[in-house]
Design a protein around this ligand. Structure first.
Ligand SMILES: [Zn+2]
Length: 256
């Protein structure tokens, strides 16, 4: 496919920058801290990090993963997330060609990474990723993104409504919080990117994956389930393979 090298490089650079911003979000949003203030500091010596030591991936490698001032180790999570985001944005533009659909793929992927990590770590899915994502999903569908604006709206409502019902049913049946509000808002966000059919496919994949991975684990020790992680994987697979999955299912129903 003929995507120009300059476009691919630009996508990679933008992805790296969003990865860097995503690191700040993952670090601060679960603690309800501001994203802009204060500027990033070393957690050990509390000195502000200069811009040249804050270049995605490159600075971490040049500093060999240590603070320039005090030598405290800097987690390898930072460059990894930056690199993953860079590759995600490059992959989106290579797969779909430059355009709104590639942008939607990259934005959704970035949001899903943030959600999966904060949910796995803190059992929190920040509103900035979910409500913020709904706004982005609807805006991209208005700009010509795949589901179209009406389907994106219905998708957001379906995602929210279905999970709200599941949460109420779980609450009624188990007398405890079976599903967090974050999951409900997350599926509204996913719906705004993949439409209402995509919501159904995502839930199916998420539930399947969750039961394969977590049922054996939860028998051993009772623990919270970061269901958002499985929904995130389900949503990513749905975004890429929705048409193939739905056409396979259609053939399956017709018995052909
Ligand atoms: Zn330091």
């Amino acid at each position: 496919m003929g995507v120009e090298t300059a476009t691919v490089i630009a996508a990679g650079v933008v992805g790296l920058c969003f990865g860097s911003f995503l690191n700040v979000c993952i670090l601060r949003l679960p603690h309800e801290q501001s994203l802009v203030r204060p500027p990033s500091t070393c957690p050990k010596c509390l000195q502000p990090i200069a811009w040249r030591d804050n270049i995605p991936v490159v600075s971490w490698l040049l500093l060999r993963g240590r603070c320039r001032r005090c030598g405290a180790p800097i987690s390898i999570q930072y460059p990894i997330i930056e690199a993953v985001a860079g590759l995600l944005w490059i992959g989106s533009v290579l797969l779909y060609g430059p355009g709104v659909h590639a942008l939607a793929a990259a934005v959704l992927g970035t949001l899903l990474i943030g959600i999966a990590i904060t949910d796995a770590r803190h059992f929190i899915i920040p509103d900035e990723f979910t409500w913020g994502g709904v706004v982005l999903g609807l805006a991209l569908s208005l700009a010509g993104g795949a589901p179209g604006f009406v389907n994106a709206l219905i998708g957001a409502a379906t995602g929210f409504g279905l999970l709200w019902i599941v949460a109420q049913a779980g609450h009624w049946a188990f007398k405890e919080e079976a599903m967090g509000g974050g999951d409900i808002k997350m599926m509204a966000m996913v719906g705004s990117f993949v439409g209402w059919k995509g919501v159904l496919v995502t839930l199916l994949l998420g539930a399947l994956l969750g039961s394969i991975v977590f049922v054996p684990l939860s028998f051993r020790r009772k623990r919270l389930v970061p269901f958002g992680v499985f929904l995130a994987v389900g949503a990513a697979v749905t975004f890429v393979f929705q048409d193939a999955i739905l056409s396979w299912y259609g053939q399956f129903l017709r018995g052909t």
